[in-house]
Design a protein around this ligand. Structure first.
Ligand code: FEO
Ligand code: CA
Ligand code: CA
Ligand code: CA
Length: 701
């Protein structure tokens, strides 16, 4: 057992979670620590609501509202609304079999091919150094694609030949990013600087000869950009310029260097990218004694990255940088079409472990953003802008997330008395009920007694506790379906549900020790995205039906679905199917994580079909489905995560294994990468990515 593994509190205890290494590196072992939410606010078994009767789905098309935003449709599709029961001729596939977690392979359906677009270390700029695994430097990394890609968007120009890839880089893995352990303290310090430049975000131009073909990334693309820990962000909203965010280095409280823990995100109808600052707490050392620190998992510990050794702002114990952690935990917005723009941190959407945020335009023109707090027993939030969306006015639209109302969700079940934690379907045939969006900030005023607007937005978790929000099983991606207005919430898992003093199962989180996760479907009252009440039901209780008798797929026969566990990121195709990527399945059901399609309507509702399987130890991120051109994309995060220097568990994506002499430029280590998947033949791809150089024409730069 190597040194890192000795230090992993989650080793052997990751059931319902993920690799112990991922727990350590990504989440600061959140699941091995006490539950942050010790509030005694009601879970909904105590709140029986008959206020709203169950409404039928309205199916009012909202796509028209957004149809002008061609560049912004991204993974949400922009189809004609024609439905053929969820079957899509262009992306027809036979589901793949689940792949044993010990296998290192990237699998797609028969008749499909895949190839990487870009991987960790690929150079973005003319002057960038080529990736040299054995001689990496901070300077080189600042000009290269970052590590552990998560949220992914590919914006397309109408001609289909140019595109723009935008990606988050959530965290790093020091154990497999180098050929050997650091030899001394100086080398450790060099690596800390490499890590600073390996996180953040990337913007990369794409090119291809014809719409529908696989993309090449463009080295030296005019819009290429790396956002790192040194990139300046502007705070917006009520917290900007207040004492909550002033530090020795930013006495005005207006600008923050960098973004951290960027997990999932969203693409706005005006073509900007939102990114969620998720596990930011693990990067800071604080006094850790305050109620606020504890509620956010901040503490007086040596951090995993150790940046406090080089940069005083990561040591928030003294007065100078006490507020630095208050400057992370937000939704950030970047304009990928302007590489010189200053990205924004929107305090109006509150501060918590934002998985991401997804936007829909309500019928009245206001912009609604949904966001989950990915922590056991934390909450689901909704933001409604004060001002309205204006077509073709990006400058105006980029102000919409700076001012508005913030709500948190409270769910009530209509079969509450029947919920016993076993996952048994209630007598009315559904896990369902009504809900309220409880106000936190409305019309510029705090709705929480004893808390100012600024306090609500900086200590949002504490405000939501007071409001009486429903404790959820880790809300990951929250995605409105732009065609129906319905909202889908991936609750990834929560093995602490019903354990000890923790909240017991309720109808919206109906399984004790929920190891496989579930998906909530919300229908806003009157199909109005700005409504303060809603109806809800569960689309599915995930799991491998062969191993778990408590799965539920909205009545679809369990024996016919692909086994699925730990739902994480969501996307839609133009036919209205939901696509689900997973994170954590290997340690729960023994299969590698994957990408799945599920029908939402008619006889196909609940029919889960696996499209792709990830390499060993990897999580599936950022799915995008461009079914108009039969193209599917994923960001493959932490392949080979459980390996160590020179003893790798994956060689994705280039599969240069030990004992094989690498060709020039090949690397004998796993590399997180963005992958495109497409039907074989018809002149598409040869399975090899070539890359393009703006100055040299086609061919690997
Ligand atoms: Fe970064 Fe919630 O997963
Ligand atoms: Ca019910
Ligand atoms: Ca995630
Ligand atoms: Ca999504």
């Amino acid at each position: 057992m190597n040194d890192l593994k000795k230090l992993l509190p989650m080793l052997g205890h990751t059931r319902g979670k993920r690799s112990a290494v991922t727990c350590q590196l990504k989440c600061d072992n959140a699941c091995s620590k006490a539950v942050c939410n010790t509030s005694t606010n009601n879970y909904f078994r105590d709140i029986v609501s008959t206020e709203f009767s169950r409404r039928s789905a309205m199916g009012i098309g909202l796509a028209g509202v957004l149809s002008t935003a061609v560049m912004a449709q991204g993974n949400n599709g922009n189809g004609n609304g024609h439905s053929n029961n969820g079957q899509n001729a262009k992306l027809a596939f036979t589901p793949i079999k689940p792949v044993d977690a010990a296998v290192d392979a990237f699998n797609v359906p028969a008749g499909y091919s895949w190839q990487p677009i870009i991987r960790w270390g690929d150079p973005l700029f003319k002057k960038s150094q080529d990736f040299d695994f054995a001689n990496q430097s901070a300077e080189a990394q600042a000009g290269q694609f970052g590590y552990n890609n998560d949220y992914l968007e590919i914006l397309r120009q109408p001609n289909g030949k140019q595109g723009l890839l935008v990606c988050n880089h959530e965290y790093v893995n020091p154990q497999i990013m180098f050929p050997a352990a650091p030899a001394n303290d100086a080398e450790k310090a060099l690596r800390r600087n490499i890590f600073r430049n390996a996180v953040g975000m990337s913007v990369v131009e794409l090119e291809r000869d014809k719409k529908g073909e696989p993309w090449d990334y463009v080295r030296g693309g005019r819009l290429n950009r790396r956002i790192t820990l040194d990139t300046k962000f502007e705070l917006t909203g009520p917290v900007a310029g207040t004492d909550f965010v002033k530090t020795a280095a930013d006495k005005e409280g207006r600008f923050v260097l960098g973004t951290l823990g960027n997990c999932s995100g969203g693409t706005t109808p005006w073509g900007t990218i939102l990114s969620g600052e998720e596990n930011f707490n693990g990067f800071f050392r604080t006094e850790g004694t305050s109620v606020e620190d504890r509620r956010y998992g901040l503490g007086n510990n040596v951090t995993g990255m150790g940046w406090e050794l080089d940069d005083p702002r990561f040591d928030a114990r003294g007065e100078a940088y006490r507020n630095e952690p208050n400057r992370f935990g937000y939704i950030v917005e970047i304009d990928p079409e302007n590489p010189n723009s200053v990205p924004k941190k929107h305090t109006s959407l509150g501060r918590f472990k934002h998985e991401g945020a997804n936007v829909i335009i309500a019928d009245n023109g206001k912009v609604v953003a949904y966001s989950g707090d990915d922590e056991r027993f934390d909450y689901l939030y909704k933001f409604v802008s004060k001002n309205k969306y204006k077509k073709n006015n990006k400058a105006h639209n980029m102000t919409l997330l700076s001012e508005g109302d913030l709500y948190v969700a409270q769910f009530s079940g209509d079969s509450a008395s029947e919920i016993d934690g076993t996952g048994a379907v209630p007598a009315d045939g559904a896990f369902d009920g009504s809900g309220k969006w409880l106000p936190l900030v409305v019309n510029g005023k705090s709705a929480i007694a004893g808390m100012s607007v600024q306090q609500v937005l900086v200590y949002t978790r504490l405000a939501a506790d007071k409001a009486g929000a429903t404790k959820m099983d880790r809300c990951e991606d929250v995605q409105p379906n732009l065609k129906t207005g319905k909202v889908y919430v991936a609750c990834t898992n929560n093995t602490n549900r019903g354990v000890g003093a923790n909240a017991v199962a309720d109808e919206a989180n109906p399984r004790t020790k929920n190891r496989d996760g579930h998906i909530v479907e919300i229908t806003e009252r009157g199909n109005d995205s700005t409504a303060t009440t809603f109806n809800w039901n569960l689309l599915m209780l995930c799991g491998d039906p062969a191993q778990n008798s408590t799965t539920y797929f909205s009545g679809f026969p369990a024996e016919k679905v692909s086994p699925i566990s730990c739902p994480d990121n969501l996307a839609f195709d133009t036919q209205g199917n939901l696509w689900i990527s997973t994170d954590g399945a290997p340690s729960v059901i023994g299969y590698n994580d994957g990408l799945f399609k599920v029908g939402l309507e008619g006889s196909n509702r609940g029919n889960v079909q696996q499209f792709a399987s990830m390499p060993r130890d990897a999580e599936t991120c950022g799915p995008i489905v461009h079914d108009d051109e039969s193209m599917v994309y994923v960001a493959v995060q932490h392949p080979g995560e459980d390996g160590t220097y020179g003893a790798h568990t994956s060689y994705f994506p280039d599969y240069v294994a030990e004992g094989v002499t690498p060709k020039r430029g090949e690397v004998r280590a796993p590399r997180p990468a963005v992958v495109q998947m497409f039907p074989k033949g018809s002149g598409k791809g040869d399975g090899k990515d070539k890359g393009r150089d703006r100055d040299k024409g086609n061919g690997k730069p």
